[in-house]
Design a binder for this molecule. Structure first.
Ligand code: NAG
Length: 257
């Protein structure tokens, strides 16, 4: 990497590499001393390092912070407030804190939507705390639906393990472009962070998929429940105007959630 011979070393094995002297703009003064040359090289390195660091920060700052220790198994009993859950004393940590069982068991899809989510988030696996990753199993009855929703903190990558799914997401305003695909067993699809998406079983039998999410706690915003099932309700004149429909339509929708 570019960061060698400095206080920050990413990969020591790559540090034999020297910058080619052509990189440095010293042509204006041919009588530049070795000391000055070193200073210029150092200044260039500092610039490269600071640019690299600022780019890295701008890329990761909006996601979960990188852990500063091997692990921080969640201690749900702690009252300490951090961005995530407080860490359990590492001497108390057991293999079970990193484990979850039962993802082979189908969820109960006997509900109005015909679908069931079995999460393996930080609530189920305390060892996921601060690590920025989690997973879930989703079962679908025939024509079962995971209704339009978004994950405020995670990109999701889904793989179909049984059946056939129609999946889709909508890009942000003003395009609002619907991107859909029918997935067969073994197919993988990505739902970018924050975008509204859905999955529907369009096969003949039941289906199931496994999703991985780029957060220990992805969060779910169900579009219909958020708008029509909030507590307290969003005033129905606001919803009537937002959806450009009569208030009676809003009242009807609110009654469903
Ligand atoms: C599935 O859920 C339905 C509705 O809540 C319930 O009546 C049924 O007993 C459940 N089935 C199983 C196997 O748990």
């Amino acid at each position: 990497m570019l960061i060698c011979n400095s206080t920050i070393t990413i990969n020591k094995s790559s540090c034999n590499h020297k910058f080619p002297s052509k990189t440095y703009f010293i042509s204006t003064s041919l009588s530049v001393s070795l000391k000055q040359l070193r200073r210029i090289r150092m200044a260039n390195r500092i610039l490269v390092i600071s640019t690299f660091i600022s780019i890295s920060f701008s890329m990761v700052a909006s996601f979960e912070p990188s852990p500063l220790q091997d692990f921080c198994v969640a201690d749900p009993t702690s009252s300490a407030r951090v961005n995530g859950l407080a860490c359990l004393d590492s001497n108390m940590v057991q293999a079970n804190h990193f484990s979850f069982s039962g993802l082979h068991i189908p969820g109960n899809t006997s509900n109005a939507l015909g679908s069931a989510v079995t999460p393996a988030f930080v609530g189920q696996i305390p060892g996921l705390n601060t690590l920025g990753i989690s997973m879930a199993r989703i079962d679908y009855a025939p024509w079962g639906l995971i209704p339009p929703h978004s994950h405020p903190r995670a990109t999701e990558i889904l793989t179909v393990l049984e059946g056939r799914l129609l999946v889709g997401f909508v890009t942000s305003n003003p395009d609002n472009r619907l991107i859909t695909k029918v997935l067969e067993k073994g197919d993988v699809f990505v739902f970018p962070i924050g975008l509204v998406h859905f999955q529907r079983n369009v096969g003949l039998g039941s289906a199931f998929s496994i999703s991985s999410l780029s957060s220990q706690n992805p969060g779910v915003v169900l579009v219909a429940n958020t708008l029509f099932g909030s507590t307290p309700s969003i005033p129905n004149d606001i919803l009537a105007k937002a959806f450009q429909v009569d208030k009676s339509v809003v009242v009807k929708l609110q009654a469903q959630f």
